[in-house]
Design a protein around this ligand. Sequence first.
Ligand code: HEM
Length: 130
Amino acid sequence: MFDLFPYLARVLHISSAILLLGGLFYAWNLSKYGKLADNPAYGFRPAVWSLIAALFLTGAYNLINKTNVPKEYHMLFGVKFLLFLHIAAVSLLLVKPATTPEKRARMLTGLAISGGIIIFLSAALRAISQ
Ligand code: HEM
């Protein structure tokens, strides 16, 4: 039977991932050419907080609904969660008004790397579970 809530949670999880990583990727490209606004905190700051909260809540819901997973699943998930903590902490520091543009550029490079790896891990979690 079609389950509406898990479906909606997945839609929200994937769209939040797209918006957060997409926004960070765009900012990273601008920062490479010194074109990032002096204070990208405007507008993007509430978005970053909301998207991180949405990823955490929908991700936890996804996880609770998982049954019958192989033992490697929890190991991969642990790595994914550590990367999530890195992405969440660094993006929140990034949108603090006091952060300097040079620091923002460095932070964005780290975020682009962690963002790429977390997608590989998420696809692996999907591939090894039902
Ligand atoms: C930057 C943060 C995150 C990104 C970019 C991200 C991205 C993704 C993506 C792309 C998927 C694949 C969706 C699919 O194919 O169904 C996924 C699935 C999932 N995510 Fe996340 N996620 C993030 C954070 C989290 C967090 C914080 C949790 C848990 C608290 C979580 C738990 C899950 C679970 C359980 C799945 C389902 C995997 C499976 O099919 O077995 N995610 N995530």
